[in-house]
Structure formats: C-alpha cells, structure tokens
Design a protein around this ligand. Structure first.
Ligand code: F3S
Length: 71
C-alpha cells in the first residue's frame, strides 16, 4: 500500500554489450564495471528528477538491457 511512484533501474547483464549510452545519458544512475559493462549505481533507485533520464537511457540502449520499473 501507499505510494509506489519510486522508480528503479535495472541492467540485464546477459544483454549489455557495453555501448555506454546509459552512462552518457544518466551518469548518476549507471556506472561501468572493469569490463565496460553497465551496472546501476547503488540500489538502482531513481533519484527524484531523474525519471526522464532513466527512461531515456532505457530507450537508447541498443541491446534493450535496461529496464525501468516501480521500485
Ligand atoms: Fe550496456 Fe546498453 Fe548501457 S549495452 S553499457 S546497458 S547502453
């Protein structure tokens, strides 16, 4: 119950090929590991105000590796 309007981003490591668009678009939400693959920063919760960036990153990943959903 209660408000469920907090978003969370997730990266599917099976899909990510290291295109780096996510981090370019939303460096506060994504970082790259030592192999250049993306992972979420922290627990993936989208800081208020960065919802559009999260959606943009999701839309711009050529591998469809990013998902944005309710936290
Ligand atoms: Fe990976 Fe897509 Fe980002 S391929 S590095 S999740 S743009």
């Amino acid at each position: 119950m209660g408000k469920q309007n907090v978003l969370r981003v997730a990266v599917d490591p099976e899909r990510c090929q290291g295109h780096n668009r996510c981090k370019m678009i939303a460096p506060n939400l994504f970082e790259l590991d030592e192999l250049g693959h993306a992972r979420v920063v922290g627990d993936g919760r989208v800081t208020p105000g960065l919802e559009d960036r999260a959606r943009l990153a999701e839309a711009n990943c050529p591998e469809f590796a990013i998902k944005v959903g309710q936290a």
